[in-house]
Design a protein around this ligand. Structure first.
Ligand code: KDG
Ligand code: MG
Length: 403
């Protein structure tokens, strides 16, 4: 038995905030898990410290499934991003420990590689179409096979997905939420010309993606899908808020553009109807916000029988630990689709040295036992937590809107 003897939460801010759970066993093996929830980091840290860690001490680190069920069912209060991120962190750390004890990279424990690597997509953005396409050409030169396109909208001062720094995207940009104005009409006019120009400049051999970021109603999303179909998008992401899963039926009635959704989902229940009615093509849940490897495997298995593939969230607000977990999962899951890859800064990478790598548009988790990521605690301690919030959006008349 590998008894859990200690567990600690480490909060660090190497350019942005990350929460890590570190679990140690009686044989001196340590595993780490990502618990970062952008803009709500300390809620997860407190949940872990106050309500999860005391329950872990003395348990057998090998009994991953049992620990998962203990934390999920045993809390009585189920689901939600705070709870599920905390459970995910425990789950990742335990899989890391199991891999280290076995001397095998995690993907081997998940059934072994189903492919040579995970295709990833990079983020091209710019203040206008020209700048976005210049940026996309840069990604294409670096070997990316898939690129997400987000451009500033004429007439709007700022929009999601368009960063100040062309190559590093950091949406949580202020100590209190900044506010931006939104117009769906202006936005809907701006996307088809972006895709038209992108196909002219980049050709047809590269996959093009776009994130609507919950900004459309179903009928608006249907119209946008129709307009973009001719440019063969790989996917349209988060077309409409998905609390009402049946809303996606309306989008499906109007467009054959593939749909991706789920970066804000936490459990299989958030996606059940979307999957069972085949209302989507890609499920975007990832390890940290989706209850860990143990739960994400169940989501992917349900999705597989409906020909839905994975497309895990991979923004910079998920730590390199989550990125590694997602790559092991992506390599081993039969219905992998694509993995989002927003590179972390050198400052972040220095705190989380890792075995995963990128080459020719593909990523591989590496062969190090477990997750293949370490946390440099000494360096982490030098970067103190800084409150940072995601922006909020209002319509031009002042009505609060989805960010
Ligand atoms: O924390 C929010 C970001 O992760 C999100 O805005 C990024 O939509 C996003 C994406 O697709 O990466
Ligand atoms: Mg998104």
């Amino acid at each position: 038995m590998a008894r859990i003897v200690s567990a600690r939460v480490i909060v660090t801010c190497p350019g942005r905030n990350f929460v890590t759970l570190k679990i140690e066993t009686s044989d001196g093996v340590a595993g780490i898990g990502d618990a970062t929830l952008n803009g709500r980091e300390l809620a997860v840290a407190a949940y872990l410290r106050e309500h999860v860690i005391p329950l872990l001490i003395g348990r057998d680190a090998h009994r991953i499934e049992d620990v998962w069920n203990y934390l999920y069912k045993g809390a009585y209060w189920r689901r939600g991003p705070v709870t599920m991120s905390a459970i995910a962190a425990v789950d990742m750390a335990l899989w890391d420990i199991k891999g280290k004890i076995a001397g095998l990279p995690l993907y081997q424990l998940l059934g072994g590689a189903c492919r040579e690597g995970c295709m990833v997509y990079g983020h091209a953005n710019g203040k206008d179409i020209e700048e976005t396409i210049d940026n996309a050409l840069h990604y294409q030169e670096q070997g990316y096979k898939a690129i997400r396109l987000q451009s500033g909208v004429p007439g709007l001062a700022a929009t999601y997905g368009v960063s100040k720094d062309k190559y590093f995207y950091e949406p949580a940009d202020a100590a209190l939420p900044t506010e931006s104005l939104w117009s769906t009409e202006k936005y809907l006019r701006s996307v088809p010309p972006l895709f038209e120009k992108a196909r002219e400049a980049l050709g047809w051999d590269v996959h093009l993606l776009h994130d609507i970021h919950h900004r459309c109603t179903p009928i608006e999303a249907g119209r946008l899908g129709k307009d973009l179909e001719q440019y063969r998008p790989f996917w349209l992401e988060d077309a409409t808020p998905a609390e009402n899963q049946s809303a996606f039926r309306l989008i499906r009635q109007h467009t054959t553009a593939p749909l991706a959704v789920g970066e804000v989902f936490n459990t299989i229940w958030d996606a059940k109807q979307l999957i069972e009615e085949q209302l989507i093509d890609y499920i975007r849940m990832t390890v940290v916000h989706g209850g860990g490897i143990t739960h994400l495997r169940r989501v992917a298995s349900l999705a597989e029988i409906y020909q839905i593939r994975t497309g895990c969230h991979g923004a910079t607000d998920l730590s390199p630990i989550c990125m590694a977990a997602a790559l092991h999962f992506g390599l081993a899951v039969p219905n992998f689709g694509i993995q989002e890859y927003m590179r972390h800064t050198a400052e972040t990478d220095a705190v989380f040295p890792h075995a995963y790598s990128f080459a020719e548009g593909m990523m591989h988790p590496g062969e190090a036992p477990g997750l293949g990521v370490e946390l440099d605690e000494e360096l982490a301690a030098k970067h103190e937590y800084k409150p940072a919030y995601l922006p909020v959006a209002r319509l031009e008349d002042g009505t609060m809107f989805s960010w």
